[in-house]
Design a protein around this ligand. Structure first.
Ligand code: CMP
Length: 136
């Protein structure tokens, strides 16, 4: 039954701007995640476009890429049993207004765009997203 997984987490510009990264990291640790790697970086718009390319047909794609590249972010590899699903549960719904009490997006999110954290949505995407930020 052992299913140790890794997933990618991003603390987005709105949360880094409010200096929430350590508090968010505390939530991960208290919920049994191990932070295997982390770095604070700022990415370019074209890197954001590559990262979010699954959303390229969506009307919010341009704003989303402008936003992710608008300021520093903290990217992390999180490890835990069933990490992908567990991180999605901890983050809560994409829209902070719909997120459950106690979830990261409920606690820290400002709007659907400025929702403070990103997490991989599947095991396959976790591998792709981890490689995107940590391959080199
Ligand atoms: P994230 O989990 O990083 O994945 C894509 C992001 O697009 C999402 O969080 C939201 O911040 C943003 N977004 C903006 N508008 C929408 C929308 N209508 N539906 C889903 N995601 C949206």
């Amino acid at each position: 039954m052992n299913n140790l997984e890794q997933t990618l987490s991003i603390v987005k510009p709105d949360a880094v701007e409010r200096n929430l990264q350590n508090e968010i990291k505390k939530n991960f640790i208290e919920n049994g995640f191990i932070i295997k790697k982390e770095k604070k970086i700022q990415i370019s718009k074209s890197e954001a476009e590559e990262f979010y390319k699954v959303h390229q047909s969506k009307p919010f794609y341009g704003d989303l890429c402008n936003y992710l590249s608008s300021g520093p972010i903290v990217v992390m590899i999180l490890e835990k049993e069933n990490a992908v699903l567990e991180n999605r549960k901890l983050m809560g719904a994409t829209d902070p207004l719909k997120a459950e009490e106690g979830t990261l997006r409920k606690k820290y999110g400002i709007s659907i765009d400025k929702n403070s954290v990103h997490g991989s949505d599947s095991y396959e995407n976790a591998k792709i997203e981890i490689d995107f930020f940590f391959k080199h």
